[in-house]
Design a protein around this ligand. Structure first.
Ligand code: 173
Length: 317
């Protein structure tokens, strides 16, 4: 083999069957807003494993890690600016860049339905304009949020309670009289331990990942909304990819989004685990859930009078 050819192959150049174009394997930087190997990062980690297996010689993802590498609320900006290429993150963590992203939590339609009814397309345009990004896959859905407490309540009145929030819960908990304090997930444990908060919002799954069950006495039912965690890619990065690179990433994205329905099994498992850990359920009835949606949509429409009403039309049932 001629020297230049072996050198080109060693450097990762591949010849297409037509022999007219050479493509170099590309390596993308991936970050997650959730702690590595915990529930909300696992779908992303499976996605990366698949891309790296199927995309050998074509495209690879270098997994930089989670909140130790980058604060969760900075992930949106980093993706927008191309500091990272691919991110695993929830809309509530980048409302500073795109307030409408928090509306995913209010969807009552599946992603398959939203990809058909124009809901996904409407959001895709906002991602393009505000985030310079493309939402590849929502891998967490069917996963309600709950209020967890260290003190009991007797009804839907949170007056006098100080609660840890993200934008997900702000309007709802405030509408019921709570005082709220926003923290990243990584600060929940110490906030509970120091008595800085009387409880926190979080989905039904994952409270065992960071040890919060040790400090949690009550879970308020019913749950409300549907947690969203998605894989996003920077728009300029995507534009640089050739067809084979896009296919490797697109196929892995469709594969992981199709698994979002399986989240319900994890919900059941964590409900049983919470019960076994002695966490008591405070059941408030469906009015609690109804109030959550009212406050949630009012908040989205207040923050985005231009797009909120249209999103409600496309997302709600
Ligand atoms: O509570 C949170 O940090 C939050 O907003 C969230 C969103 C999606 C999944 C898990 C947590």
């Amino acid at each position: 083999m001629r020297d230049w050819l072996s050198a080109a192959l060693a450097a990762g150049f591949l010849w297409t069957s037509a022999g007219i174009a050479a493509a170099q394997e590309i390596t993308l930087k991936g970050i997650t807003a959730f702690a590595e190997k915990t529930f909300y990062s696992r779908g992303f980690e499976r996605f990366i494993d698949k891309v790296n297996a199927d995309g050998k010689g074509v495209v690879q993802i270098n997994y930089i890690g989670g909140p130790k590498a980058m604060p969760p609320f900075e992930v949106g900006n980093a993706l927008k600016g191309g500091v990272v290429d691919i991110a695993n993150v929830t809309g509530a963590f980048y409302t500073n860049v795109m307030p409408e992203a928090d509306a995913w939590k209010l969807t009552e339609r599946t992603m398959a339905e939203l990809r058909n009814n124009g809901g996904y397309a409407y959001m895709a345009n906002l991602y393009d304009q505000k985030m310079s990004a493309i939402l590849l896959a929502r891998h967490i859905d069917n996963n309600p949020f709950h209020l967890y407490l260290t003190k009991p309540i007797t009804g839907p009145d949170l007056t006098g309670l100080k609660l840890r929030i993200t934008p997900v819960y702000r309007d709802f908990f405030q509408s019921l009289g709570a005082t709220v304090v926003q923290t990243a997930p990584g600060e929940v444990y110490t906030s509970l331990e120091r008595g800085v908060v009387d409880g926190y919002g979080w989905p039904i799954t994952g409270i065992f990942d960071l040890g919060w069950h040790e400090k949690t006495k009550y879970r308020v039912d019913p749950g409300f909304y549907s947690a969203e965690v998605s894989i996003l890619i920077n728009k300029a990065t995507w534009a640089r990819l050739d067809d084979r690179q896009k296919k490797a990433i697109g196929d892995a994205a469709a594969w992981i989004e199709a698994q979002a329905a399986e989240v319900t099994k994890e919900n059941e498992a964590d409900i049983a685990k919470q019960k076994a850990a002695g966490i008591q359920v405070i059941a408030l009835g469906d009015d609690f859930r109804k109030k959550a949606y009212e406050a949630g949509w009012a908040g989205i429409i207040r923050q985005s009078p231009e797009h909120g009403p249209k999103l409600k039309e496309l997302f709600a049932k």
